[in-house]
Design a protein around this ligand. Structure first.
Ligand code: SF4
Ligand code: FES
Length: 360
């Protein structure tokens, strides 16, 4: 068993945005009892001892935590590479300067669309102008800037304009990430899943942008797995390289694993090292011994690890089945039905915005 090199610390599920593809749990009220500053610092320290090198601070919106500067300072003091994953709502100049002084290494900022009306509509709240202002602030303070754009049926035809915006913002790296269908995104899949024609056009635009911007901007384009032959190697393998600590202290192999029918280990009652090495949650799908056919005898089993356990569970009710995205999966029809519906549908439906946590 290897050591984890990345810790995703989901500091809070509170967030001012209401994106219809939100990966927060559907019942966010279960996570109201958030770890204190001292508890987060202890967990981060335990992570460092376990081998963690990168600390990704996320949510929800991590800037909703008043102690985010203290948490960054602590992680940075341990020598961790610290990354803030944010909507930028709440990134005032004063806060940004405090984060800089505390040692924050990198900012990843989400943008919903190429201009204010579409972006604010997807975000469910006026936020585009603040994102633009925050991106300029990030560059002014000397941070490397990654702009993350979740792609879906409503914005994927605007990749050219989105890339033009990210150039204007001075992004060093752009992540064009097709929606992953968990949580709110799965609930809104019919409104969000693009058609094959949209995917083909998007790939062409990304290819020519990569050529034009080679050496200036790194463009990451994550293919939509519903349109792939084989599944993604989710998290680089279960419990292999990363762990996620959620707001109430539960520790998961990935941010979506709270849905799985496994007991949730928690840092309030167990040491992080014991959770990583021995907990049923982390042991359940490590390696290849758990695999059913067709994965068990498949030459790709060490390449994609049978795909995503959370997706297998959400689509089939059994987390140990082959990811239905795989063409070899006996459940692949679930995915082809969804794709066929997306291709038969004209235009766009309006997705349901994620409600405020107190309403869930
Ligand atoms: Fe991957 Fe399993 Fe499909 Fe083989 S059968 S490609 S291991 S998901
Ligand atoms: Fe949980 Fe893929 S998101 S294993």
């Amino acid at each position: 068993m290897t050591s984890p090199y990345g810790m995703l610390a989901e500091l809070t599920y509170d967030c001012p945005l209401h994106c219809p593809y939100c990966s927060n749990p559907l019942r966010m009220g279960d996570y109201d009892d958030e770890l204190t500053t001292a508890e987060w610092q202890r967990v981060i320290g335990e992570g460092r001892e376990l081998g963690v090198l990168q600390l990704h601070l996320s949510g929800g919106e991590p800037l909703r935590r008043r102690d985010v500067v203290d948490i960054v300072r602590f992680g940075s003091g341990l020598g961790l590479y610290t990354n803030l994953i944010t909507s930028a709502v709440g990134l005032s100049r004063r806060r940004a300067e405090q984060l800089r002084e505390a040692g924050l290494d990198h900012v990843q900022l989400s943008v919903q669309a190429h201009e204010a009306t579409a972006s604010d509509q997807i975000a469910g709240t006026p936020s585009f102008d603040r994102k633009v202002a925050a991106a300029h602030l990030v560059k002014e303070l000397g941070w490397p800037l990654t702009v993350n754009v979740v792609l879906h049926r409503l914005n994927i035809d605007r990749i050219s304009e989105i890339l033009a915006l990210t150039e204007d913002l001075g992004a060093d790296r752009v992540e064009l990430a097709n929606t992953q269908y968990y949580a709110w995104a799965l609930r809104n899949r019919a409104a969000l899943l693009p058609s094959r024609a949209q995917i083909d056009r998007a790939e062409e635009v990304v290819r020519s942008a990569r050529e034009r911007l080679a050496g200036q901007v790194e463009i990451i384009y994550v293919l939509p797995d519903y349109y792939s032959r084989y599944p993604k190697p989710c998290m680089g393998g279960w419990g292999a390289h990363q762990l996620t600590v959620v707001p109430n202290g539960d520790v998961l192999p990935c941010p979506a694993a709270h849905v799985l029918p496994l007991p949730h280990p928690n840092v309030r009652t167990e040491a992080l090292s014991a959770i990583w090495s021995d907990s049923p949650m982390f042991q359940a799908f490590r390696g290849t011994g758990w695999m059913p056919e067709p994965c068990r005898s498949c030459p790709r089993r060490e390449i994609d690890f049978g795909g995503c356990r959370c997706q297998a569970f959400l689509l089939t009710g059994d987390p140990a089945r082959t990811d239905p995205v795989c063409v070899l999966s006996p459940d692949h029809g679930i995915v082809t039905d969804a794709v066929r519906a997306a291709n038969d549908r004209d235009g766009a439906k309006v997705p349901t915005p994620r409600p405020h946590p107190r309403d869930t």
